[in-house]
Design a binder for this molecule. Structure first.
Ligand SMILES: Cc1cc2nc3c(=O)[nH]c(=O)nc-3n(C[C@H](O)[C@H](O)[C@H](O)COP(=O)(O)O)c2cc1C
Length: 323
């Protein structure tokens, strides 16, 4: 399948694996890129520029296809060493960066001077337009369904994607709630040039996370996610568990008085324990509503091949026969 996104990133299939904290390591990124999609290493998970440089080198040993690095710009009192991370991305010869969180404007000159293509992930049309205006090459339009941070507008992809199509000049992929061939064909009908998946890629053989995480996603339904940290304007969609119940009790009790320190036990530093040790109740972890559409744990290649062949089937038989 050829779209503006496959052409922009020089990939075979219009499928991107979004950056994911403690999931987006070289193993997953390389598996996605080897299968013809675009794999992405999560920059901040690596911790330091040196460690990111090692992960990039490892990924290069595992694939000769294009892959990217995610840089999530978070509000922080002690911000990560973004210039250092960008330096090793450039030195490592990575040609694609997925940005998320705040606007990447400050870092665009460094990225563009190095010939890097930037896809910014955001949850609204206005942020997409801002990203376009600062020189981003593409947008990952992340609907309300998404795992992780859906923003505060609560606009699902059936509205957000065609709205983006009506406003944007640069290409965009649909992100949030994407699981299979039906997602891809629908996203393209709504104006996207491909799709970005997070949760679906965790439940694959290649994702370097504990089996318990994969099983939790397969066992979850579309009813099992919760929105937390709304009153902190830092809404996150997570899979429900006893830690999330505890956190939500505190949110209910404290209301607008809630501060980050009240919920630090449930959210801070919990990812390694969950993703590596498989302690599923250690805290709140991002997961999309799309878990309800995840029924198995295939290899990344099996998943992508299946999506592409079923997408062709939907287009060639169902859609063509209908007209
Ligand atoms: C466990 C997990 C961790 C994530 N971590 C990040 C992150 O560090 N940075 C980021 O930009 N997006 C992150 N995301 C969001 C994904 O890249 C992607 O946008 C989102 O999962 C898409 O929605 P979906 O889960 O419905 O496919 C994370 C998502 C999950 C499920």
């Amino acid at each position: 399948m050829k779209t503006k996104i496959t052409e922009l990133f020089d990939i075979e299939h219009p499928i991107i694996q979004g950056g994911m904290h403690y999931v987006g390591f070289a193993e997953l990124a390389a598996a996605v890129s080897n299968a013809g999609g675009l794999g992405i290493i999560t920059g901040l998970t690596q911790g330091t520029p040196e460690k990111l440089a090692n992960e990039i080198a490892k990924c290069k040993d595992m694939t000769d296809k294009p892959f990217g690095v995610n840089l999530t710009f978070l509000p922080s009192l002690t911000p990560p060493d973004y210039p250092g991370l960008i330096k090793v991305i450039i030195e490592g010869g990575v040609k694609i960066v997925e940005t998320a969180g705040r606007s990447p404007a400050e870092y665009m000159p460094a990225l563009k001077d190095a010939g890097i293509k930037v896809i910014h992930k955001c949850t609204s049309v206005r942020h997409s337009l801002k990203a376009q205006s600062v020189g981003c090459d593409a947008i990952s339009v992340d609907g309300f369904e998404c795992g992780g941070h859906p923003g505060e507008d609560d606009i699902p992809n059936f509205i957000l994607l065609p709205r983006a199509a009506d406003e944007l000049e640069i290409p965009f992929v649909a992100s949030g709630g994407m699981a299979d061939a039906r997602s891809l064909v629908a996203a393209m009908a709504l104006g996207a040039e491909g799709m970005n998946m997070g949760t679906r890629f965790i439940a694959t053989k290649d994702a370097p996370v504990h089996e318990n995480v994969k099983k939790a996603i397969v066992n979850a339904s579309e009813l099992d996610t919760r929105l937390i940290m709304r009153s902190l304007t830092n809404t996150e969609r997570v899979l429900t568990n006893p830690a999330v119940d505890r956190l939500m009790e505190k949110e209910k009790a404290l209301g607008e008085k809630l501060t980050f320190s009240d919920i630090v036990d449930e959210v801070a530093g919990v990812y390694p324990t969950i993703m590596m040790d498989g302690d599923m109740d250690a805290g709140a972890w991002s997961c999309g509503m799309v878990a309800g559409l995840v029924y198995d744990i295939p290899s990344v290649k099996e998943l992508i091949d299946r999506i592409m062949s079923e997408a062709e089937e939907i287009i060639q038989s169902k859609l063509k026969k209908a007209v």
